[in-house]
Design a protein. Structure first.
Length: 282
């Protein structure tokens, strides 16, 4: 697998891996949990080819970015906001389109509504919101003692999270032949297994998303597009309709035959919606 993030910069004392492609109007792509910027591999090149300068990165504690040993380093949704701000400053971006998936969407909302850095436009894809997360499946497993997998054998850990990742897509066969092994590797092995719990799962807390709810109406100041997989088992499509109702003027598109990782199931369709939306708002 060829990662998209080939550069890095120190932000607030931690190394963040990022990549920049193309020339033109800036578009920032954000991934979620438990993936990485690699989830944009079919989308980013098409945006760059269409005349946009595409910026993407791995969240702190994810992918090829640093996995801090110090448990005091905040890799929650809230803790990721100053990381994104530092990257925007490093890139010199003040006017940009923002596209965000899963918890990346929660980071984007906090950036816009609580940190005061409103993008030119915002596209939200199957994001965590309100008290929609952890997903019912993950919440049940956490209640039953998901943390026991911290000390599980590599084989048991991989088997569990292989099934977990499979539930993120509609076309499981194509995913198994494609990126599933790469995403599983990022959260396995001696570093990835511990990091998954320290930097991701321990921060699955809806407090970070509930705090922006009273401010969602302010997103009516900018163009907002919501894309959602009809078959999302992690973030049910009802959450998309709720967001659509709370964000004035937002556009909602439900993609059939798509799970939570809609960029895996329907990358061409996702790219088409992005090009049409950003092109109109550019």
């Amino acid at each position: 697998m060829n990662p998209l993030v080939k550069d890095h910069v120190i932000v607030n004392g931690n190394r963040i891996a990022y990549g920049i492609y193309g020339e033109g109007t800036p578009v920032v792509l954000m991934h979620g949990t438990p993936s990485s910027s690699y989830i944009w591999r079919h989308v980013a090149p098409q945006l760059a080819e269409a005349g946009y300068r595409v910026y993407l990165y791995d969240l702190l504690g994810f992918g090829l970015s640093e996995r801090p040993w110090d448990p005091a380093v905040d890799t929650s949704v809230t803790g990721q906001v100053p990381v994104l701000e530092g990257l925007l400053d490093h890139w010199g971006l003040t006017d940009f389109h923002l596209v965000a998936h899963d918890i990346g969407g929660a980071v984007a909302l906090r950036l816009a509504l609580l940190a005061g850095r409103m993008p030119r436009s915002l596209t939200l894809l199957d994001i965590v919101s309100y008290d929609s997360w952890p997903s019912p499946r993950t919440r049940q497993q956490m209640h039953e003692g998901l943390e026991k997998l911290i000390t599980a054998s590599d084989a048991d850990h991989r088997a569990h999270f292989h099934d977990w990742l499979s539930s993120a897509v509609h076309d499981k066969a194509a995913f198994a032949e494609g990126a599933q092994a790469y995403f599983l590797e990022l959260i396995s092995n001696p570093i990835g297994q511990a990091s998954l719990f320290q930097h991701q799962i321990r921060h699955y807390d809806p407090t970070h998303t509930q705090e922006v709810v009273p401010h969602l109406d302010r997103l009516g100041e900018i163009p907002v597009q919501i894309l959602w997989g009809q078959n999302d088992e992690w973030q049910m499509v009802d959450w998309a309709h709720r967001l659509h109702g709370d964000i004035p003027g937002s556009a909602l598109k439900i993609l059939e035959g798509c799970g939570h990782f809609l960029m895996e199931d329907r990358p061409e369709e996702v790219t088409g919606y992005l090009l049409d939306f950003i092109g109109r708002e550019n």
